[in-house]
Design a protein around this ligand. Structure first.
Ligand code: GUN
Ligand code: ZN
Length: 445
């Protein structure tokens, strides 16, 4: 085993994590905050957390300590919907969803039949996630089976907890990106057998959306979901009004877009639907009853002009809501920037997103949304020690604004409105540093 994983290591700094949903009012007891805190990691797992002054004297002599004085240690960020093959599509201008797919996305995805290309993009993508403090993501591949072999190979090399799947698409898209109901079924089953539950990896059955899958393919996806009840399901739902209208034409017997997926047995816990911008009350209730998750993708919804997600209405309906970047429709890998845009979308819907709820959402909330909270999401003893070290003074403006912040909530709000990749000082995977913005860390082993 890797020496740094098997050894005990302590980390000092301000430490924040969540124990439960803080609600709209940002209930303070939902989190634990240690202004001068200490986290002890052993074999890649959290073993203890507390105030430095209380915990440090109890540690065995010689326990190595990394001191992040003045920095904020939080659980690694989680992204509940992102496309790794769209890394090179980010910031492609001028169109809305359906045209954007045709013009930019499908040509870029075509190249993933080449495992060399897929591997190169996967390596850059994973580095970019870590540079932005994201340690777990639910990831779309392409229609090509090798896109997922490449992605999981790279994720396993970095020991990352990742969930991903090969896209199912057999109509209303270019010939070069089509599978068939049977080949999509067989390739997905083979990938599940090969990768699901290997180390920290999980598989997601991934029909792109109702438009690009025939009824026969959706039925086969439902069969897969029944055969493999523990894997994720991952798709898009009700993102754009032209898309919603097309689905209504393709499935005239369905009550709604959501009803199409429901009909084929694709609603359950660990089923994650990106966007959910255009749902009605009956859809929201059905989402809540089924335990499925909506992934709110603010930078994508704004960039593609898709609409304003109803965060308050979705939460009130009891839906699980995750937060996501949706790169390359989304315009940033960074979850702080994603929170900033969430706040603005909520403002336009007359709702105020509290900073405590916001940081809950990108950590424990997203872990729960993905059904991974027994492994990640906070620093409870036994959780995997994936964490991010935030620099609350990463730019002169942020440093200056922080001087007048009186409370933790104010400091978090400044980070989510002004922070970006420069705020990520370091990212750790199972207690091991996988990204460091610079080397100015005091380590007194
Ligand atoms: N709907 C179907 N495919 C996609 C995609 O790649 N990105 C987004 N944003 N929406 C989709
Ligand atoms: Zn997407």
């Amino acid at each position: 085993m890797n020496a740094s994983l098997s050894s005990r290591h302590a980390f000092r700094g301000s430490v924040l994590h969540f124990l439960s949903d803080p609600g709209e009012g940002g209930a303070p007891h939902a989190c634990e905050f240690f202004e001068d805190g200490l986290m002890l990691v052993e074999n890649g797992l959290v073993v203890a957390l507390g105030y430095y002054s209380e915990l440090y004297p109890t540690l065995p002599a010689g326990t190595p300590l990394t001191d992040y004085n003045g920095k904020l240690i939080m659980p690694g960020f989680i992204d509940t919907h992102i496309h790794y093959p769209q890394t090179d599509v980010i910031a492609s201008p001028g169109t809305q969803l359906l045209d954007w797919l045709e013009r930019y996305t499908f040509p870029a995805e075509r190249r993933f039949d080449d495992i060399g290309h897929a591997t190169e993009v996967a390596e850059f993508f994973v580095d970019e996630l870590l540079r932005n403090g994201t340690t777990t993501a639910l990831v779309f591949g392409t229609v090509h089976r090798q896109s997922i072999d490449a992605f999981f190979t790279v994720a396993a090399q970095r020991n990352l907890r990742m969930v991903a799947g090969k896209v199912l698409m057999d109509r209303n898209c270019p010939e070069f990106l089509r599978d068939t109901p049977d080949s999509g079924f067989a390739d997905s089953a083979a990938l599940i057998e090969r990768w699901h539950g290997q180390g920290r990896l999980g598989y997601a059955i991934t029909p792109r959306f109702a438009i690009t899958s025939s009824e026969a393919q959706l039925a086969r996806a439902g069969e897969l979901a029944q055969a493999y009840p523990n894997v994720h399901i991952h798709s898009h739902l009700a993102e754009n009004t032209a898309e919603v209208a097309w689905v209504a034409e393709l499935f005239p017997d369905s009550r709604s877009y959501l009803d199409v997926y429901d009909h084929y047995g694709l609603l359950r816990e660990r089923a994650v639907y990106a966007h959910c911008v255009h749902l009605d009350e009956a859809d929201r209730r059905r989402m809540a009853d089924s335990g499925a998750t909506a992934a709110f993708c603010p930078t994508s919804n704004l960039f593609l002009g898709s609409g304003l997600f109803d965060l308050a209405g979705s939460r009130d309906a009891g839906m699980r809501v995750g937060l996501a970047t949706d790169v390359g429709g989304g315009t940033s890998f960074n979850m702080l920037q994603t929170l900033g845009e969430s706040y603005k979308v909520a403002q336009l819907r007359g709702y105020t997103l509290s900073p405590l709820l916001a940081f809950y959402m990108i950590t424990l909330g997203n872990a729960i949304a993905l059904g991974l909270d027994s492994h990640i999401g906070n620093f409870a003893a036994g959780k995997e020690a994936d964490f991010v070290v935030l620099d609350p003074a990463s730019t002169p403006l942020i440093a200056r604004r922080m001087e007048s912040a009186a409370t933790l909530a104010e400091r978090l709000f400044i980070l989510m409105m002004l922070g970006d990749d420069r705020a990520i000082a370091a990212t750790y995977i199972r207690g091991k540093s996988e990204y460091h913005r610079n080397q100015q860390v005091i380590s007194n082993a």
